[in-house]
Design a protein around this ligand. Structure first.
Ligand SMILES: [Zn+2]
Length: 566
């Protein structure tokens, strides 16, 4: 997901109780996984709509395996649904159930074991769902003409508003969607499109099949009036679904998609994992874009920025959006955060991959400029945010507060700093191993740390402690003195970041220091490990300039350098 450009920071009162949980040893780090007693194998989701009543008519089969013997009761997330029937499939046996309003609890006909695959079929309606499915009315005025749309939005925990599910990222299942709409409407869904079924009542049923397991929040559909503009990357069909009459936007916004796919394949060493990739624009989308599996949804207002008179700013913003959502096919969809506290592994990486695409396409300067902008946002946010947290987010709640500047912009800069710490080659070697080891599965920060340590041979505990499990960033004050007798530049570094329970009092900072003397420049390496640290550097004359970290290897920091005293 990517928030809209215009979206401001959401500032909510700090959850002080939870803040106390950090700063503890790794072994006692809180576990935010959701307990499971079963493993969903497949969802068969059949939906049609009463658009005027804003009603979802659902018929979903959930196929699952118990994780232990003696399994008698199935509990699924299901919010605001009215159930017409709950039956064992294919036997058709009616099952007793209890609807709590946000869960459905089904009593099975007998005890089952992990050897069984059980199918339960639910028929239900969801009337004017508060979340999950959005009915967008048509808009017709003098100069505008927008058709009605119906689309879904699953992240974080909204798909439970339109199909019964284990709605948490740690459960991956395959899916089939059968979506019935009036003829003339286009349906975009997840995975391979199979032949439509023509119905006799003026409707047809679109059929999509996703054969690779994925997390529930990535299930989606879009229904509306669309023109499909086609492209291809190798054997992978690319579809751009845009409004009739607005086809010209497709090449402007999306023509780089195949080059981005190639770039990401080259960087990660992992082929695009799925057999199609669609991008669809919708109206009134609450975010900039969402990486629904094989079927990204974009806000039309964001995509139209490419031709909105904003010039290069608009072009770059749309390119970042497209590259961000595409990169989730690797980071987020292929390997998925195990719980919401680990969301930075989706979003920090997707934010970093925006920069990585820029580096591939336009060079190092463009990459660094993007990261500098992300760092500036993270620094500004850190100074005003009342709800500060580490990348490993112990105050994560499954709502829109997840999608914040720490998780995205700070996350992206930390991935960059990790790359600089282990070196470019080791970094991408580790990424390849991490993706392959956990593909079609879930990941934690510990998995990333292990992959980086294995590829680099470095112990990275300190790096993860300060940048992933600690909040904030280093704020450096530097004073300098030149000692002519010994030709020494004496630098005094003070880390001034405020002391609190979640921010490291001392960041370890392996820094390059560039010193100019006359018309020569020398780079020396130092390792800051103390809150106040004096460093003496040999120089060949009185320095005329000083630069810390000239290559922006530690991009997330503030630095104040006092001029050399006379
Ligand atoms: Zn994202």
């Amino acid at each position: 997901m990517k928030p809209t450009i215009s979206r401001g920071l959401s500032v909510i009162a700090a959850a002080l109780l939870l803040l106390n949980l950090v700063g503890q040893a790794q072994s006692s780090r809180p576990n935010f996984d959701r307990p499971r007693t079963y493993d969903v194998q497949n969802y068969i989701i059949r939906v049609s709509f009463d658009a005027s009543a804003k009603k979802v008519l659902g018929d979903t089969t959930v196929q699952f395996k118990p994780l232990a013997a003696g399994f008698r009761e199935l509990t699924l997330d299901a919010v605001g649904m009215e159930f017409d029937s709950v039956k064992l499939d294919p036997a058709g046996t009616d099952l007793k159930y209890r609807n709590t309003g946000d869960k459905i609890v089904v009593a099975l006909d007998k005890a089952y074991s992990p050897d069984d695959v059980i199918s339960v079929r639910f028929k239900y309606t969801s009337t004017q769902p508060r979340k999950g499915v959005y009915f967008v009315d048509e808009l017709k005025a003098d100069n505008v003409n927008f058709d009605a749309q119906i689309w879904s939005q699953g992240e974080a925990e909204e798909n439970r508003y339109w199909f019964p599910s284990f709605d948490f990222p740690s459960d991956k299942a395959t899916s089939e969607e059968f979506i019935t709409v009036p003829k003339g409407e286009t349906v975009i869904g997840n995975g391979e499109r199979l032949p439509d079924v023509e119905n006799t009542d003026g409707t047809y049923t679109a059929h999509y099949k996703m054969s690779i397991p994925y997390s529930t929040y990535l299930t989606s559909f879009v229904i509306g009036k669309y023109v499909r503009v086609d492209d291809k990357y190798g054997d992978i069909p690319l579809g751009f679904y845009v409004y009739p009459g607005r086809e010209a936007i497709a090449p402007l916004a999306f023509s780089n998609t195949k080059k981005m796919m190639q770039a990401y394949e080259e960087l990660t060493g992992v082929k695009f994992p799925y057999n199609k990739y669609d991008q669809t624009i919708v109206r009134n989308f609450q975010f900039g874009g969402m990486e629904n599996i094989t079927a990204t949804t974009h806000a039309d207002t964001e995509v139209f920025m490419v031709s909105g008179g904003l010039g290069p700013f608009g072009t770059a913003a749309v390119e970042d959006l497209v590259s961000h959502e595409l990169s989730h096919s690797w980071f987020g969809d292929l390997v998925t955060c195990k719980n919401w506290s680990e969301l930075w592994l989706n979003e920090g990486f997707a934010t970093f991959m925006e920069a990585a695409w820029r580096e591939k396409a336009y060079g190092r300067d463009s990459y660094i400029r993007k990261l500098q902008s992300d760092a500036a946002q993270a620094i500004a946010d850190d100074s005003i945010n009342k709800r500060r947290h580490a990348l490993f987010n112990v105050i994560a709640k499954p709502d829109d507060s997840l999608f914040d500047t720490t998780t995205y912009q700070k996350g992206g800069t930390v991935v960059h700093m990790l790359r600089e710490q282990v070196g470019n080659e080791n970094f991408w070697k580790a990424i390849n191993a991490y993706l392959n080891a956990h593909k079609f599965d879930n990941v934690t920060s510990v998995d990333l740390e292990k992959a980086m340590e294995a590829a680099s041979g470095q112990d990275l505990k300190w790096f993860f402690e300060q940048w992933v499990y600690g909040a904030g960033l280093p704020e450096l004050n530097v004073t300098q003195a030149y000692l002519p007798a010994s030709k020494t530049l004496r630098l005094t570094f003070t880390q001034t970041q405020k002391l609190d329970k979640i921010t490291p009092a001392v960041f370890r900072l392996p820094l390059d220091v560039e010193i100019a003397t006359g018309n020569k420049k020398h780079v020396q390496k130092i390792d800051l490990t103390k809150r106040i640290q004096i460093v003496n550097l040999k120089v060949d004359g009185r320095p005329t300039g000083l630069k810390l970290d000239p290559e922006e290897k530690i991009i997330l920091k503030t630095v104040k350098i006092a001029p050399l005293s006379k």
